[in-house]
Design a protein around this ligand. Structure first.
Ligand code: SF4
Length: 379
């Protein structure tokens, strides 16, 4: 029998307002919903058949720190009853710089949170305004100072490719982030997702966008800047100081199983994938009336799971340790990947080096376009 997962994700769907580029499961102006959400979450957790001690716990959103101090306490208490963190567990919370004050920090400290992922996005007033973020560099500094009182594992999120952003401006953002001495950085290119305000604005032509080559330059610039300073570029969008890789996210990228609760949360348990309803109201209504919150459920075939694992592992810069992978999954990569293996090598998109199949710099730049070829069975 497979071992139970030792990681859990908790989705907290509340934010101050919806940023124009965001398509996450988020509720705004719905603070009154928070009490009902906590009740529903408790009920969802009660339906899990046992108590599962965890090595990694991730509170994401939304913005978990948008909850009041009392609600945060209740959140931790409820979740820890079902998923008690083991002694050296990594406990991460996503936070908005505007929410971090000494009271919030006291709660996080009291409940053993030891990793904070701060949604900084930029230090430039213009760019922050464009991204519809209302904090400033001074807000970030206050938050960092407060967090440093108890947390020595701080991750900052940055966005590149904002409308009309230049490469030097992006360099300044990376430099500014480094000045705050974080242990981890996540850098994401701005995307325009269908259904977001930015999507509509771009269609109407009132949001100027950068060309792809500019975004590529920005991505490469940050990789070079960080590697030059000894940072470990360990996943497509993630960089860490030595020893500070995010343990929770590595569970996803290694294709391991994990629990997940909350609106829109996706779990992978017993080879089954399940996703809860995205709407917070529907999630609450269903659970409180005794109906499952699951909206989608699928069990991947052996071959689908294998291909998915290959994609996830290739997102990590160390790539796939071929011999280990083949013996673990009783497969031959050459057979699974068929002609794609050689074709992508020939085109310089991936390489076999030190017994690992890994993306080249060129492959990294276009990785999203490569995955469909890996996921599709070869004939
Ligand atoms: S703070 Fe984050 S989760 Fe909330 S709306 Fe903005 S981008 Fe989305």
């Amino acid at each position: 029998m497979a071992l139970a997962p030792t990681s859990a994700y908790v989705h907290v769907p509340f934010c101050r307002h919806r940023c124009g580029y965001c398509n996450f499961t988020v509720s705004v102006s719905a603070d009154s919903q928070a009490e009902m959400y906590l009740l529903a979450l408790q009920q969802e957790l009660n339906c899990i058949d046992d108590i599962y001690p965890v090595d990694t716990l991730f509170f994401g959103g939304g913005t978990p720190t948008h909850l009041t101090v009392a609600q945060l306490e209740q959140l931790f208490q409820t979740v820890y009853e079902r998923f008690p963190p083991r002694a050296d567990a990594e406990i991460t919370i996503e936070a908005n710089p505007e929410d971090i004050d000494p009271n919030v920090c006291n709660v996080l400290k009291e409940w053993g949170v030891n990793r904070v992922s701060l949604g900084v996005q930029s230090f430039s007033p213009n760019k922050l305004r464009q991204l519809e973020r209302y904090h400033t560099a001074a807000t970030v500094d206050r938050a960092v100072k407060n967090l440093r009182g108890f947390c020595d594992n701080l991750s900052l999120d940055l966005i590149f490719g904002a409308p009309q952003e230049t490469v030097p401006e992006w360099q300044r953002d990376v430099e500014s982030a480094l000045l705050r001495d974080p242990q981890h950085l996540s850098t994401y290119g701005l995307t325009y997702e269908r259904g977001t305000t930015f999507w509509g604005r771009r269609l109407r032509g009132d949001l100027p966008t950068n060309d792809e080559s500019m975004e590529r330059q920005m991505f490469e610039t940050s990789i070079d800047m960080l590697q030059l300073r000894g940072w470990n570029h360990y996943e497509v969008s993630n960089f860490s100081q030595p020893g500070f890789l995010c343990r929770h996210n590595q569970v996803y990228w290694r294709g391991e199983e994990y629990f997940a609760v909350g609106p829109g949360a996706a779990r992978y348990v017993n080879t089954q994938r399940e996703t809860n309803h995205r709407s917070t109201s529907t999630y609450i209504k269903r659970i409180l009336s005794g109906v499952s919150a699951v909206q989608e459920s699928e069990r991947l075939s052996e071959s689908e799971r294998l291909r998915e694992r290959i994609v996830l592992r290739l997102r990590m810069m160390e790539g796939i340790p071929i011999a280990k992978f083949e013996s673990q999954f009783d497969c031959q990569l050459a057979t699974v990947l068929g002609s794609t293996l050689e074709e992508f090598q020939r085109r310089g998109w991936w390489e076999i080096c030190d017994g690992h199949l890994r993306l080249t710099r060129e492959g990294l730049m276009i990785s999203d376009a490569l995955w469909p070829y890996v996921l599709a069975p070869q004939t």
